[in-house]
Design a protein around this ligand. Structure first.
Ligand SMILES: [Zn+2]
Length: 331
């Protein structure tokens, strides 16, 4: 179906993009209020394409033919150009992320309202503090695990897990949030747990012995997995089998893009404006939680986000990270 230019103008005028008979610049948030109901790509043919092409034209992508129901080569080129301008993966496919960036509503599976549906104590720490995993979203969906704190003196990631408990969960995600797997370290202001062990060197995959030292603070324990916090997390990972895991640290201000599907951490990095690289370990990067999870759940993508120093972490930054996380766990 083709709709007339007049109809398009009327559609746009109805959303306030024409003021006083004069075109005004179209911010994505002011796009036509129509709804994308399916993922759109080259070859798609539906009324949703009219909505998409109308929006692209309003945003100045004048090479788009139509608007009509056919998603052709010119529309794909425009979508790719738009995605590049927003730092999105430039694949020419309009899914939830691109639709949102275009200012379009989408109901590509509706998000689940913010609600903790289970609070599971997975273990107590050495000093008896509970380690709690909060579940949100869709049980049986894609399993995602977020850990705010593992080093007790790198605590800002817990602000992200706290914020996530107040936000809708994307459709189809079985989301588990742990504020801290090292509550003793957090209470005592130490990197390590109450036994002086660096939990992120204590996991059983690729473990090596790093002796106790006040200089490096990376004592890996006498044996792999010999700390109750480590055992709890290992068992939890074996139980829920997360497809995606994100582990927060500070304060190297970089993303370590590990795991099977690099597009996920790379997209996260783009959305928050951080670079990717390897995080320096002054000792050996052995016995880490992420390596354990990646090995234990084949095909999974566990990666590490190093936030900046605490003095540089703002509420706005926490929100940006939470939004990025909610976007990439659907990829
Ligand atoms: Zn750390």
């Amino acid at each position: 179906m083709r709709i007339s230019r007049l109809a398009v103008v009327a559609l746009i005028a109805g959303s306030g993009l024409i003021a006083g008979g004069r075109s005004v610049s179209a911010a994505p948030s002011a796009g036509p209020q129509c709804t994308i109901t399916t993922t759109l790509r080259f070859g798609s043919h539906s009324a949703d394409v009219i909505c998409l092409e109308t929006t692209l034209l309003a945003l100045g992508y004048s090479g788009v033919s139509g608007p009509d129901e056919s998603f052709g080569a010119s529309t794909k080129r425009a979508v790719i150009a738009f995605q590049k301008s927003k730092g999105l993966a430039a694949d020419g496919v309009v899914g939830r992320l691109t639709a949102t960036a275009l200012g379009l509503r989408s109901n590509l599976g509706s998000a689940v309202p913010a609600k903790v549906i289970e609070a599971r104590v997975i273990a107590n720490s050495v000093q008896g503090r509970p380690i709690t995993a909060y579940r949100m979203g869709t049980p049986g969906g894609r399993v995602v695990l977020i850990v705010g704190v593992i080093h007790g003196d790198e605590v800002k990631g817990a602000l992200i897990t706290n914020l996530l408990r107040t936000l809708p969960t994307p459709a189809g995600i079985d989301l588990w949030l742990i504020d801290s797997v090292n509550p003793d370290g957090q209470a005592n202001g130490t990197r390590q747990n109450a036994n002086g062990v660096d939990l992120n060197r204590n996991f059983e995959v690729g473990w090596s012995y790093i002796p106790k030292s006040t200089a490096n603070r990376q004592y890996s324990g006498d044996h792999p997995g010999d700390q109750p916090e480590t055992q709890a997390v290992e068992n939890f990972i074996k139980t829920i089998k997360p497809v995606i895991g994100i582990w927060y640290h500070q304060d190297a201000n970089v993303i370590s893009a590990g795991g099977a599907r690099k597009a996920i951490p790379l997209q996260y990095a783009k959305l928050v404006g951080l670079g990717t690289g390897s995080v320096p370990c002054s000792q050996q990067c052995t016995g880490t939680a992420g390596t354990f999870a990646n090995k234990t759940v084949p095909g999974s993508t566990n990666f590490l986000v190093e936030l900046p120093a605490s003095s540089k972490v703002t509420p706005a930054m926490i929100r940006i990270h939470a939004d990025a996380l909610l976007a990439v766990i659907t990829l």
